[in-house]
Design a protein around this ligand. Sequence first.
Ligand code: PRP
Length: 183
Amino acid sequence: MTQSPSMVQTERDVRMMFSAEQIAERVREMGLEIARDLSGSKPVFVSVLKGACMFQCDLARATPLDVELDFLAVASYGNGKTSSGNVRLIHDLRADIGGRHVVLCEGVVDSGLTLSFLMDMFRVRNPASLRVATLLDKVPCRKIAVPVDYAGWKIGNEFVVGYGMDAAERYRNLPYVGVLQEA
Ligand code: PRP
């Protein structure tokens, strides 16, 4: 019998926070909001690999605009659960974002250090506008102020996995977002 990801990975160690249906509905709303704000433009949706990949693709499909996709990757050395702030670019965009409307897509904004690094990097490339969309915003964890234009949900200091987000590379393919239970 073919098993879905949610059946393969039991919920023994993951408590569901947002179901696949809740995510789909919220992402649909966000996609329409972005389309209203950027009406008539051809924005570039940039995702930060790897955690934002599912969100970026679903958000793009929920946005009835002519959207271009691009990707970047950063490395951040921390203790595995928190960012050290030592962020380094390891894969740059292919698109020239000069004069373009950019929507930076994140799965979760935590300390804000990754986003702050990327915003600084992007601003000097002179985009027409730069917006941030994140599925989850861990507001109480912020170490540096960053502008979040679109947030699916604000959450507390919880270690979230699923829908692109991982714990040591596991759980990214869960169709829902859950909280990893401590053993
Ligand atoms: C996560 C997430 C963000 C970053 C946010 O990435 O996808 O990019 O952390 O944390 P911050 O606000 O504290 O900087 P992670 O480093 O886990 O890599 P991944 O996306 O490859 O899972």
